[in-house]
Design a protein around this ligand. Sequence first.
Ligand SMILES: C[S@@+](CC[C@H](N)C(=O)[O-])C[C@H]1O[C@@H](n2cnc3c(N)ncnc32)[C@H](O)[C@@H]1O
Length: 200
Amino acid sequence: MDSVNQAEFWQQRYESGSIQWDMGQVSPPLKAYIDQLPQSAKNQRILVPGAGNAYEVGYLHEQGFTNVILVDFAPAPIEDFSERYPDFPSEHLVCADFFELSPETYQFDWILEQTFFCAITPSRRDEYVQKMAALLKPQGKLIGLLFDKDFGGDGIPFGGSKAEYLKLFAPYFDIDIMETSTNSHPARQGSELFLKLQVK
Ligand SMILES: C[S@@+](CC[C@H](N)C(=O)[O-])C[C@H]1O[C@@H](n2cnc3c(N)ncnc32)[C@H](O)[C@@H]1O
């Protein structure tokens, strides 16, 4: 199995501080999305998989979202998060493999994608899409950002293109939005697509 599919690979990266993907702040397009949600969304069940240091989870919590589940299979960032947010419900911190989450146990109104897809071996992309669809309630949404960029290497981050993503997601999702993000972090300007997909 590729090392990126194993928790130890990521745990080591967190332990050694080799976390170049970490923006140290909530992603601006996701903050903007969260900010325009109505008050009625605050108790929606939300999943943030591969959350890492989970700035988006922290932001949702600060804004009064009460039903946010953080999933990561590396314990280090989860421990770090719970130190930063001691009042975040510990039962909403799940140290598990996303691909092992059971749809019988977990069903969400929406799922937030932030630099998780690009951490998954490309050969597992179909599995990723199917798992996302299975974890969503009827009319549930996948919201987030995907890199619209070929990084050239054969390790993380694994990039891709809009054409590829449309083909990948279309069997399971209606594509509401998949457009170049206009308010990305400066380091990612022009290289990420904002997406809003609704499960079929
Ligand atoms: C590139 S990092 C992104 C972290 C965070 N989303 C961010 O933007 O800073 C990918 C994260 O996904 C986690 N991860 C990778 N594969 C996973 C899996 N199968 N199940 C759960 N977490 C996974 C890693 O441990 C890591 O924290």
